[in-house]
Ligand binder design. Structure first.
Ligand code: HEM
Length: 452
């Protein structure tokens, strides 16, 4: 038996018969509904919602599950007032081997302890220092983009966010080291995507594990110096973090947290920047509106205090995350029997909630498939109609710790990009996105760039 098969065989399971009373389908032999789900999670969710309603049984990602598709279900699962759900048991099957012991894979008191210790690394002073580190690198890369009139945006922005992460997260400065960190990290993430699709050990998976080992060595070798230093990078923050009892993260915990943080930050922010640029390329009036605000600020790059004034970028970000949330589903497992909207769901059941679908429910959103950032303006505030209809960053105890970081990085990239260039796509192009495992464009998103 391969290591991966052993791993899967140890995961808790419930008998398929335990969910037969819930409407739904078990799909095809072996693959269940995996193909339909992975091909298009939004369409899949819309289909099951129409056929079976907001609570349905399913069979994908290698096990029987229950889909809960409504704002009320997002609230039930994410707020989890009664402690009915485990994030660890939900995410472990997909992330446990490559990103073990990350913050999202911890529950209850253990999670609270690790999150509290990490929180100062995401406060205002820390964020301001990360911003100051990232802006020169972003400016440099965007100056290179402006040399060409055509660009595949997705691979380019991925490269940029990897370079930023190597610097801001790990304080890696040498280009050769940045390139190695980027390669190892890409291998690691690709291995986790492979894990989502096929549970077999292959070259991709082995490359991912090797990448993780090298990253772990690099991080571990730098911790001792960071513990007593004054560094403003994330590794320094975690190395110095201490609670009121003098408790600190161990070296192994720092390695696990940082590798998880890079994963949590990287593909999601890259995805958000890509869906935003697509939206702006197809909505020139919004592009011009953001550009006008940026130009009026009259600075080459924003400083931390300037970010609040870029409110319309926030609306555009929120709207892009509504239409294309990078994490289309959020996973949990029930710790005890629960009852929801008349359905009994036994302990040990894998649960999926679908932000990608609740973000488009006509019950909460006017003209839900339309790109309309103003729905997030104070005057309209559609996201206030239900606190969990919009949940691209999750909610409750596991709510994304990096959401202000993500918002800041999006502004830090859009600011010089729009100040320097007009972006467009070919007529009748798109939308090019594949929604799983994380929203990304199939063709790299080719854009046309013209200097302003
Ligand atoms: C647009 C960008 C991002 C999106 C859409 C996003 C989305 C999410 C979501 C949905 C969760 C909750 C998952 C769950 O409840 O199971 C989450 C958790 C998390 N995210 Fe993000 N994220 C983004 C960027 C970032 C960044 C930039 C960082 C770090 C710098 C980060 C760090 C984390 C961490 C540490 C958690 C786990 C929190 C916990 O379990 O307490 N994320 N993110």
């Amino acid at each position: 038996m391969s290591a991966l098969q052993t791993y899967y065989s140890k995961l808790p399971r419930i008998a398929p018969s335990a969910l037969q009373h819930i409407p739904g389908t078990d799909g095809w032999p072996l693959v269940g509904n995996s193909l339909e789900f992975l091909a298009n999670p939004l369409q899949y969710a819309r289909n099951v919602l129409e056929r079976y309603g907001p609570v349905s049984r399913a069979n994908f990602l290698f096990e029987r599950r229950v889909n809960l598709i409504s704002a009320e279900a997002n609230e039930l699962v994410l707020l989890d007032r009664a402690g009915n759900f485990s994030a660890y048991l939900g995410w472990e099957p997909v992330l446990g081997m490559l990103f073990p012991r990350g913050l999202m894979l911890r529950d209850a008191d253990d999670h609270r302890y690790h999150r509290r210790l990490m929180q100062p690394a995401f406060r205002k002073e820390a964020l301001a220092a990360y911003l100051a580190r990232m802006t020169p690198r972003i400016a440099q890369r965007i100056a290179q983009w402006s040399e060409s009139s055509h660009l595949k945006f997705y691979p380019e922005v991925k490269r940029l966010t990897l370079e930023v992460a190597a610097d801001v997260f790990l304080d890696v400065q040498l280009q050769s080291e940045i390139d190695q960190v980027s390669r190892d990290f890409v291998d690691l993430v690709e291995a986790s995507n492979a894990l989502l699709r096929v549970p077999v050990i292959g070259r991709k998976f082995e490359r991912g594990l090797a990448g993780r080992r090298r990253l772990a060595q690099l991080i571990a070798s730098r911790i001792a110096a960071r513990r007593g230093g004054q560094g403003t990078d994330l590794l320094s923050q975690l190395s110095r973090a201490e609670d009121e009892n003098g408790q600190r993260y161990s070296d192994t915990e720092i390695v696990d947290h940082l590798i998880f943080l890079m994963m949590a930050a990287h593909d999601t922010t890259t995805s958000a920047l890509t869906t935003i640029v697509y939206a702006l390329a197809t909505q020139p009036e919004w592009q011009a509106r953001l550009r006008d605000t940026i130009v009026a600020m009259g600075k080459p790059a924003p400083e931390y205090e300037d970010l609040a004034a870029l409110e319309e970028i926030e609306w555009v970000l929120r709207e892009s995350l509504r239409l294309y949330p990078p994490l289309t589903v959020i996973l949990r497992r029930t710790l005890r029997d629960i009852e929801f909207q008349g359905h009994r769901i036994p302990a040990g059941t894998s649960i999926n909630i679908f932000p990608v679908a609740t973000h488009r429910l006509a019950q909460w959103w006017s003209d839900p498939d339309r790109f309309d950032p103003e729905r997030f303006s104070p005057a309209r505030a559609e996201h206030r109609r239900h606190p969990f209809a919009w949940a691209p960053f999750g909610g409750g105890a596991h709510m994304c710790l990096g959401l202000h970081f993500a918002e800041m990085q999006v502004k830090a990239v859009l600011y010089p990009l729009l100040a320097a260039m007009r972006i467009s796509v070919a007529e009748n192009y798109g939308p090019p996105f594949k929604l799983a495992p994380i929203v990304h464009p199939r063709d790299g998103l080719p854009v046309r760039l013209e200097r302003n």
